[in-house]
Design a protein around this ligand. Structure first.
Ligand code: C6P
Length: 438
């Protein structure tokens, strides 16, 4: 399914390119962001590293690395438990990070931010807690066919527990490969639908979904909305109140923060009505031998010692990204993604997924060759110092729908340059020559 840009033997049209280099530097006010990221300055297999695996995880700026070290060098102590100076300092830093993250997504109240391990845990929390309390046999959970396994399997689990059914908004193939078939949405939003969960940005096709429109349609019917923000949080301005969602899940490691920390935004009224996700220290107001009472959100959902060190570093990552400017980041990602598509389209036999040239897009670019496996493409690129991802990208149902077993994916972030796209294209030319022998 889906027309490739160019078939073997065809000469694709490549339009004149804009002055990318000057756009690149002017967008960030001439700042050399690459110097902020120590990991980028190394050679891999004797070649300068070209890091294009940002959808899997982004590199960390020095300020975030320093903030983490500083916390452990000076302030480390358990939070919400101690009356000594270090514990109070650590608690202030942890709760300060919560307020910073709330501001980053424009939540009305810091209590609407629950710290989790990341997007996966945030979605599991909603599915297990809200889902188990609110779903019953005959209810419908609406998802889309472009969902990552993390926004699919938790709903399968809660459907099995509650007797609710799963329903899917299809993706289109052909011209908008991997885009949602929005014309079908109204008919699918029947009274049985209790929750609609969808991704903001696809990690496979780079599609940006019209999340505010989707939420408005759901809200008009009293349907709860859950947005998977894993690929949008560090890449676009995110305003949960403007979007109008009930829940927004995201990971720190894809937004210049460190691994092991993320958050769930939830509307306060919903969070306070939900049962705990896990039990343990920190989430209770009173415990008896046979029953307990719990605190309100967010403590209710943060059982045990929380990941305070990484949360503090996440607050610094928010400062860093806002310092760069999230509108500029979105523009930069879209332009590099668009430029990559144009240049990759010159490769014979390539099948490019995702938005067509000129359409809004993210910096995620996926492609496939019928005659060269994605893992071979990634291995050859690695020899040239390029980090790509190949495979199903935790999107197996979408891959099957598009008639693929996997793709190669290049994903861009603030430190990537137009020159790196040229390095990628040369590497792919070498790979194709090796496999095709011409
Ligand atoms: N996608 C990728 O290479 P975690 O692992 O919890 O931080 O994020 C899960 C997740 C959820 N939704 C989307 C849309 C995602 O892209 C991801 C993570 C990575 O595409 C790893 S599979």
């Amino acid at each position: 399914m889906g027309a490739p840009f160019a078939k073997p033997g065809q000469t694709p049209m490549v339009t004149a390119l804009p002055p990318w280099r000057s756009l690149f530097t002017s967008m960030f006010n001439g700042r050399d962001l690459r110097s902020d990221f120590p990991t980028l300055h190394q050679q891999v297999h004797g070649k300068p590293l070209v890091y294009l695996d940002n959808a899997a995880t982004a590199q960390k700026p020095q300020v975030v690395i320093d903030a983490l070290s500083r916390f452990y060098e000076r302030d480390n102590s358990n939070v919400h438990r101690g009356l000594h100076a270090l514990s109070m300092r650590a608690t202030d830093a942890y709760e300060g990070a919560r307020s910073r993250v709330a501001k980053f997504v424009n939540a009305a109240d810091p209590a609407e931010i629950v710290f989790t391990r990341g997007t996966t845990e945030s979605i599991n929390l909603v599915a297990a807690s809200w889902g188990a309390a609110n779903l019953k046999p005959g209810d419908v959970i609406l998802l889309t066919e472009m969902e990552h396994h993390s926004n699919l399997v938790p709903w399968q689990l809660v459907a099995a527990r509650t007797g609710a059914k799963l329903r899917y908004l299809p993706v289109l193939g052909a011209d908008v490969e991997g885009g949602l078939d929005l014309a079908q949405l109204d008919a699918l939003l029947t009274p049985e639908v209790k929750v609609f969960a969808f991704t903001h940005v696809s990690n496979t096709t780079g599609t940006i979904n019209p999340v505010a429109d989707l939420c408005a349609k759901a809200r008009a019917r009293g349907i709860v909305t859950v947005i998977d923000g894993a690929q949008s949080i560090g890449h676009l301005p995110v305003d949960v109140r403007a979007v109008g969602c009930d829940f927004y899940a995201f990971s720190g490691h894809k937004m210049a923060g460190v691994t092991g920390i993320g958050a769930l935004y939830g509307r306060r009224a919903l969070l306070d009505a939900m049962p705990p996700y896990q039990g343990g220290g920190g989430m209770i107001s009173n415990v008896e031998f046979f029953e307990s009472r719990w605190k309100p959100s967010p403590e209710r959902f943060e059982a045990g010692t929380p990941n305070f060190g990484d949360a503090v570093a996440l607050g610094v990552a928010c400062d860093y990204l806002d310092g760069v400017g999230r509108d500029a980041i979105a523009q930069h990602d879209a332009e590099l993604g668009g430029l990559a598509c144009e240049k990759l389209a010159t490769l014979p036999g390539i099948r490019l997924l995702g938005p067509r040239p000129g359409a809004p897009r993210s910096g995620v670019v996926s492609f496939a060759f019928a005659d060269v496996h994605a893992h071979d493409v990634v291995t050859f690129a690695d020899e040239d110092g390029i980090a790509l991802r190949g495979g199903h990208h935790c999107n197996q149902p979408l891959m099957r729908k598009l008639g693929l077993t996997g793709t190669t994916r290049a994903s861009f972030y603030i430190y990537n340059t137009p020159e790196e796209i040229d390095v990628l294209v040369s590497s792919l030319q070498r790979t194709l020559k090796f496999f095709r022998g011409a």
